[in-house]
Design a protein around this ligand. Structure first.
Ligand SMILES: *Cc1c(COP(=O)(O)O)cnc(C)c1O
Length: 403
């Protein structure tokens, strides 16, 4: 049993919170553990693990009156940097803001090209356009779903300034190969860690490899602050510039030497984040335990199971299967059959970025065949920490029946 403290750590205590929190969700507490699933009783695809500790932490902040940026944000930044093994961390109000302000701080602008994987959430690429630069889409590896290092090489031009690698679904991309390419060609490496809090590559945490690591704390992610984001970096100058950019370009109070945004995180969000960070390893272990069960008990033919590279510590933000062609069932039909059986599923992602209406006009001729195939064959199953072994078993038997 994990013991439950009465409140959160007091102000001034900036030590990394130890894993002493319960990861039982208040919301899921009354959920019956017996099957009887159907359209009225679904196993959700995602569910934040919010317990009494988060409620207490929020209450403490609201009572204090310090609602916007304050000491909770400072402490959350320190603890998050320490967790990732970086010198600095800068909190902001979303993962998109983390990417956008990082690109802006690094001077990406019109005429610059930034290489991104074709198969990821839109924010990886839209943030490049927000900064004024041009995203260049490259294909992914069909086993890991992560960016193909060889494809990066094919797309480097004299205008290329940076690569954003995404640790998709919770599995680190090939950091060694991508870092080498960036070094050889003088490119900046930015890690999109929005789906991979706590994931490790060759034993080291993601967010500590690139010039910057960008995290999201949206409620479906491995940890949440409601909305929120963070940039990790070892470069104190970059951290300082980011702090300025997210606070109206202010260097000293009411003196502004660049055009900035209001991308600040609130004390309320940081209070939730500190509790969640204390639970992160336990929540990830639950995801891994559920993933191990699914890997072992799902049928071995008709569907493709997730691959985990030996140097990866995969934190299973998503557990993604592939519907093989010989199965003869479309994503929509499979999702409907799962829905009828009370299992919510999702497609991450149904449209490759180069085919998104907002980008398609600008990328005539781009070809990413693996990304295109994955978009019409992947399916995410529930794997989040609130799923019991019984629910995992239920998911496996239902899929076995369908397949
Ligand atoms: C969620 C996500 C983002 C954006 O984060 P928000 O907090 O929703 O703005 C960026 N990249 C990836 C890969 C994501 O999954």
């Amino acid at each position: 049993m994990i013991s439950v403290p009465r409140g959160i750590r007091r102000r001034g205590e900036s030590r990394l919170p130890r894993r002493t929190y319960s990861i039982r969700s208040v919301r899921g507490a009354g959920k019956p553990d017996v099957p009887g699933y159907g359209v009225d009783h679904m196993i959700p695809i995602a569910q934040p693990v919010i317990g009494q500790e988060e409620i207490n932490a929020v209450q403490e902040v609201i009572t204090s009156g310090m609602l916007a940026r304050g000491s909770y944000v400072d402490q959350f930044e320190q603890e998050f940097a320490q967790y990732c093994g970086t010198k600095c961390a800068v909190a902001m109000n979303s993962g998109t803001a983390a990417l956008h302000s990082t690109l802006y701080a690094l001077g990406m602008a019109q005429g610059d090209e930034v290489i991104v994987p074709d198969f990821t959430f839109i924010a990886t690429a839209s943030s490049v356009r927000m900064a004024g630069a041009t995203p260049v889409f490259v294909d992914i590896n069909e086993k890991s779903y992560n960016i193909q290092p060889e494809a990066i090489l094919e797309h480097i031009t004299p205008k290329t300034r940076a690569v954003i690698g995404v640790h998709l679904y919770g599995q680190p991309f090939d950091v060694r190969a991508v870092s080498e390419i960036c070094e050889d060609h003088g490119l900046v490496l930015i890690e999109d860690c929005a789906q991979a809090h706590g994931a490790r590559y060759e034993g080291r945490k993601v967010g500590s490899f690139g010039t910057a690591g960008c995290f999201s704390f949206y409620p479906t992610k491995n940890m949440t602050t409601s909305e929120g984001g963070m940039v990790t970096t070892d470069d104190p100058h970059l951290a300082m510039k980011l702090r300025k950019i997210i606070d109206h370009g202010q260097d000293i109070k009411y003196r502004h030497d660049l055009i900035g945004f209001n991308f600040r995180m609130t004390n309320i969000e940081a209070a939730i984040g500190r509790v969640q960070l204390g639970k992160l390893d336990a929540m990830n272990e639950r995801r891994q335990k559920n993933a191990a069960y699914l890997l072992q008990h799902l049928p071995a033919s008709g569907i493709g199971l997730p691959y985990c590279a030996p140097q990866s510590h995969h934190v299973y933000h998503q557990f993604v299967i592939r519907l093989e062609e010989k199965l003869g069932i479309s994503q929509d039909d499979f999702m409907r059959m799962m829905h009828e059986r009370g299992i919510q599923t999702a497609i991450h992602y149904p449209i490759p970025l180069h085919k998104q209406p907002v980008f398609a006009h600008a990328v005539n001729g781009t070809r990413c065949p693996v990304s295109e195939t994955c978009a019409c064959s992947v399916l995410s199953l529930p794997v989040h920490p609130s799923i019991s072994e019984q629910e995992c078993r239920y998911i496996c038997t239902q899929i076995s029946e369908v397949v």
